[in-house]
Design a protein around this ligand. Structure first.
Ligand SMILES: [Zn+2]
Length: 319
């Protein structure tokens, strides 16, 4: 069994990456290539097979292939119902397609679910039985480990933490509803809020950081301005951090997790946003919950998608 390997694939909107790991989690090979998401479904599938072949020499025995992708999956049938950033990916029987090509077990997972699984098995959540992972980037994704098991819901659509409503009168979310966490506190929402306030004429370092090109502002610039003591940027982080903290306290009441792991692009701009969230939770959470729940940054960054796909194969095959 120890000589077996696992193949992990991270199918993203811009890059497809594949890696070969031992069943002890040692990385042996890794490759990547552009997804070519604007091309046909058949051509993306060809690239997917090609990256797998590049990390899998025919003489090496493989236990299984794991694939993470940003979309809604029918886990039972191995079908991609819909994938964001991959046009034309509707009802794609990806598992059978890869089974026919490679003749080993194939497992698929939503990328945020698998990031939670990766942090639980290899990262910040090791040794914890109940944890919630929140990825705050352009959008907000989530994954949950409950009683040491990945929770995906009845039909694979569970843990969509970005679409919890926090303000019924809030800004419109792309899902069509108002005031979802994602519409209030994602990197996109933070940038939009900064742009709105600058357009109203408020004073801020942000204006010089982007040479007056307000459309260039992202959560990264807001983070830089916070580090330099800019009060508008601080207010924006406090507002967004307050919404995240409110969501975390709701989840504390609902699930009583031991740990929250926070990942995603917004945290790359420094520790200020995380500190803001921790501070707000300390004010909002009842004492017992606050003492029993840690909030930590993710441990796996660039490779979280690959680690997640590996963790999925190991979970499914009991490795
Ligand atoms: Zn929404």
């Amino acid at each position: 069994m120890r000589s077996l390997r696992c193949i992990a694939v991270d199918l993203g909107g811009t890059q497809i990456r594949a890696a070969r790991y031992t069943v002890d989690g040692v990385l042996e090979a890794r490759v990547g290539m552009p997804t070519g998401a604007q091309e046909s479904l058949a051509s993306v599938c060809q690239r997917l097979k090609s990256v797998i072949r590049q990390v899998w020499p025919p003489e090496i025995p493989v236990a299984g292939i794991g694939i993470g992708l940003p979309g809604i999956l029918d886990y039972k049938r191995g079908v991609v119902l819909r994938a964001s950033n991959l046009s034309g990916w509707v009802d794609v029987p990806l598992r059978d397609n890869l089974l026919d090509a490679f003749h080993v077990p194939v497992f698929m997972g939503n990328d945020a679910h698998l990031a939670a699984l990766a942090e639980h098995r290899f990262g910040a959540g090791r040794g914890v039985s109940n944890m919630v992972y929140l990825a705050i980037g352009d959008g907000i994704g989530g994954g949950m480990i409950l009683n040491d098991t990945l929770f995906t819901g009845g039909h694979g659509r569970g843990a969509e933490l970005g679409h919890m409503t926090l303000d019924v009168h809030g800004p419109r979310c792309h899902c069509g509803r108002r005031g979802c966490l994602e519409a209030l506190a994602s990197g996109t929402a933070i940038a939009r809020r900064a742009q709105e306030r600058l357009e109203r004429g408020e004073d801020s370092l942000l204006r010089t950081l982007v040479d007056g090109e307000l459309a260039q502002i992202t959560a990264q610039e807001v983070g830089i301005a916070v580090q330099q003591g800019d009060s508008l940027a601080q207010a924006i982080f406090a507002e967004a951090g307050g919404y995240i903290a409110t969501a975390l306290v709701n989840l504390m009441y609902l699930l009583n997790p031991e740990l929250f792991v926070l990942g995603g692009g917004v945290f790359r701009a420094g520790d200020a946003f995380l500190a803001q969230i921790q501070e707000a939770v300390a004010l909002l959470a009842p004492d017992n919950y606050r003492e029993q729940t840690r909030i930590v940054p993710a441990a796996l960054w660039e490779d979280v998608g690959l680690w997640g796909a590996l963790a999925l194969v190991m979970m499914e095959l009991d490795l």
